[in-house]
Design a protein around this ligand. Structure first.
Ligand code: MIC
Ligand code: SF4
Length: 753
């Protein structure tokens, strides 16, 4: 048994008393989100102030989950915290570093050889500090967590932005940077700005081609990539109860794409069924005993407008399948309008590859529904026009869907089954293309479709849809195809219409697996040695960052003024760079290489103010650093959208950037910057962005009066001798200001060791 039943019992025992205590303070009916949050207040302190969207509150999460690409940095930091074991149950999952090239077995073997050093490091650190270790091939973090660890009413943090997947089982699960994980594993409180609440009322019932994925594709269209910022999204209503637990997981997972802190569903029969089907009947039994606490109060759902900051209503019975993209996950198209959009926008109509799976969509239900479409292709002699890949989310699902014949069906349709890992979703994809300069289209059941994400090619137009729709589109090889209305011609020249997908929420014969891939830690890890080779190109022990010098920061050189979308993929690209996630100096060579320079519209070409020459961003930052001069990065809206990777904050810190000044931040990235002792600042007046010139030297003043809610001051020293001055905002609280002063949060933990 991998999950920790004693911990769950303890959480449930506290539930009633804590919620009643909070109820007295709040004095009004409670949403589910509030109940879970109040049940996890640090030291049960019900009197902590909690103004939505305003106050920071301390919480005590029950679990930590880390994936291999972010765990390296999280654990390198934890190793410096001086603790003998982790304070809460924690796990590491090896999923991001496996490259998809040929097929599951060979790719896994290659990964085991190429990443040996990193896997050995993660395995031995886990063994030493009491962390559960899921080997390469075991599956993708969120699917494995859903199958083993997620529980209704729990609270978890994970070093990956799609951690909210566990909301499908009624858990508040939040994506964070490694430094946050390090704090919780070290036994400290975890703070979060008390979220705003968005309620999504689902009525009706899905049918035909519509699936859970279409709910979140539609919500993304309504809320956009920024709309969920600072909020937790709570789904409720009869429609919510009709969705399978894994369908709920899909919705919560992709909630990361609207910037939401997390998303959550209340405990219901579907969740109980899933728990029982995954050998956790005992948890369902315990949850039944405190059922009333694991859903919102009746009054809340009867009059949601009185209790949520925003309410959205969706009728599942009339919901159309959606396709979102290209280049951003919130460009939502109902299927019936998509073909016209493809033509009007001149997107490449030929579909070259369809990819299903990923942490978002690889449940038994997803695979069985997609297979029902693939089977029709085989039965009706339809030859798939596009390439097709399948990435199972876990070994449990893979083993079971193989047993039940679905993988064979995909292979019969011409599909290639990849390893149970992130693969193409994170750019770990050796895509074979005859001409990478050609504009081309792919469609996936993943969640992100930023430029260059899947195959590193900016000419690839990536669209996102449900696995069943991806399968149908793949067969057609044509983005203008609508399986609900159009027919296809088979190899015998006959017209064939695909029938609606059919699937099963849970396997009739139950789940099965030979080796799920779990390795329990040593009972006493004190003797376990963790070795990091000094000459390694992949792992590097961390040095501490310097504390603040105690004065205003003057003469910072503008490193880059980034224009437009600047996601964590632009700041610290994944794909080929994933191999350096444990080596801060080496990975810093990808810093901001994807960002567009406002002054020349080019990526990775910025002016070195000392010699006037244009060069790569990392090299320019290193040149300033070598002279002992700091720099500053300026950016646009929603800067740092996307991933939880703290490398996007540590790299600038390492290369001498002192402040990031933008129109607005994405939540996880803003916190990551604060944790590393950086200044994360926002323009009071967004028009001040226009005042920043390419040759500016910039001062940040009033730092001696740095205080919560008090703006700081910026002086732009232009090269012609003129200056501009304006105020900038920040969201630092007292404690976060301490992090800045100490040069990073870790320096404080170390001091208190
Ligand atoms: C992603 O989907 O972008 C990732 C790769 O899973 C990231 C984590 C990472 O960068 O390692 C995430 O979503 O946080
Ligand atoms: Fe992996 Fe993709 Fe899921 Fe991120 S979104 S965890 S890269 S499968």
């Amino acid at each position: 048994m991998a999950f920790d039943l004693d911990m769950i019992k303890k959480v449930y025992n506290n539930y009633g008393p804590r919620i009643e205590a909070a109820r007295k303070v709040v004095g009004k009916p409670l949403t589910l989100t509030e109940k879970i949050l109040y049940a996890h207040l640090w030291e049960g302190n019900a009197t902590q102030a909690h103004e939505r969207g305003i106050t920071y509150v301390d919480f005590a999460p029950d679990r930590v989950a880390m994936q291999d690409a972010t765990a390296q940095m999280a654990l390198l930091q934890f190793m410096q915290a001086g603790r003998p074991t982790v304070a809460v149950p924690s796990t590491v999952h090896c999923d991001h570093l496996i490259q998809a090239k040929i097929g599951a077995d060979i790719d896994l073997e290659t990964a085991n050889t190429q990443n040996k050093e990193v896997y050995d490091f993660l395995a031995s650190v886990s063994n030493k500090y009491g962390i559960g270790f899921w080997k390469p091939g075991a599956g993708i973090i969120h699917q494995v967590v859903l199958e083993n660890y997620a529980f209704p009413g729990g609270m978890m943090i994970g070093t990956d932005s799609h951690t909210p997947n566990a909301g499908g089982l009624g858990m508040i699960a939040i994506g964070v940077g490694g430094a946050d994980a390090c704090d919780v594993m070290a036994g400290l409180a975890w703070e979060l700005k008390f979220p705003k609440l968005i309620g999504v009322k689902l009525s009706g019932k899905l049918s035909g081609w519509a699936s859970a994925k279409d709910v979140i594709l539609k919500v993304a269209g309504i809320l956009t990539v920024k709309g969920g910022t600072g909020a937790i999204v709570e789904y409720f209503g009869e429609g919510a109860k009709s969705l399978s637990a894994t369908g709920k997981g899909t919705i919560c997972n992709m909630g990361a794409e609207i910037g939401a802190t997390t998303s959550v569903f209340g405990y219901d029969d579907k969740i109980a069924t899933y728990l029982k089907g995954t050998e956790r009947a005992e948890i369902a039994r315990l949850a039944d005993q405190i059922k009333e606490h694991l859903t919102g109060d009746d009054e809340v759902y009867a009059n949601p407008h009185n209790h949520f900051d925003q309410v959205i209503e969706i009728d599942l019975s009339t919901l159309e399948p959606h396709i979102n993209g290209p280049f951003t996950p919130d460009m939502a198209w109902p299927l019936s309008q998509f073909a016209a959009a493809v033509k009007e926008n001149g997107w490449p109509q030929t579909l070259e590859v369809g990819l299903i799976g990923s942490c978002t969509n690889s449940s038994y239900e997803d695979i069985s529904r997609a297979a029902s479409i693939a089977q029709q292709a085989v039965d009706n002699k339809l030859v798939s026009k596009a390439e097709f890949t399948i990435t199972p989310g876990s070994e449990l699902v893979r083993y079971t869907v193989e047993r039940d014949g679905f993988l064979k069906t995909f292979e019969n349709m011409g599909g290639v089954v990849l390893a149970n890992a992130c693969g193409p979703c994170i750019g770990q994809w050796a895509r074979h293309s005859d001409d990478p300069t050609r504009k081309n289209s792919i469609i996936t059941s993943f969640n992100r479709n930023f430029k260059s994400r899947n195959d590193g090619n900016p000419n690839t137009h990536a669209f996102v849809a449900s696995p069943e729709l991806v399968t149908a589109m793949t067969i057609a090889g044509d983005l203008a195809f609508n399986p609900m209305t159009d027919t296809l011609t088979n190899s015998a020249g006959e017209r064939v219409k695909l029938e609606e997908p059919q699937g099963l929420e849970m396997p009739i014969k139950g789940f099965d697996v030979e080796d799920a891939g779990y390795q329990a830690p040593a009972k006493d890890g004190s003797k376990v040695n963790v070795i990091v080779d000094k000459k390694s190109s992949r792992l590097q022990l961390l040095d501490s960052f310097k504390a603040w010098e105690g004065t205003d920061i003057k003469g910072l050189k503008l490193l880059i003024k980034a224009k437009g979308k600047c996601t964590t993929d632009h700041i610290s690209m994944a794909g080929p760079w994933l191999k350096f996630r444990g080596h801060l100096d080496n990975i810093s060579n990808n810093m901001l290489i994807g960002a567009t320079n406002f002054f020349n519209d080019k990526a990775d070409t910025v002016k070195n103010q000392f010699n006037g020459e244009y060069g790569p961003v990392p090299a320019t930052a290193r040149a300033y650093k070598a002279k002992g001069i700091g720099s500053i990065v300026v950016g646009d809206e929603n800067y740092g959208e996307g991933s939880s990777r703290e490398h996007a904050a540590m790299e600038p810190r390492h290369l001498g950037v002192r402040a990031i000044l933008v129109k607005s931040f994405a939540r996880i990235h803003e916190t990551n910057l604060k944790k590393q002792g950086m200044l994360a600042l926002t323009f009071v007046d967004a028009n001040d962005y226009d005042k920043i010139r390419e040759d500016d030297s910039i001062d940040i003043t009033s730092l001696n009066d740095f205080a919560p809610a008090k703006p700081l001051n910026i002086v732009l020293n232009h090269i012609d001798g003129t200056t501009d001055t304006f105020n900038v905002n920040h969201t630092y609280n007292e404690q976060q200001i301490e992090w800045f002063r100490a040069g990073g949060a870790l320096n404080i933990i170390r001091m208190n060791q």
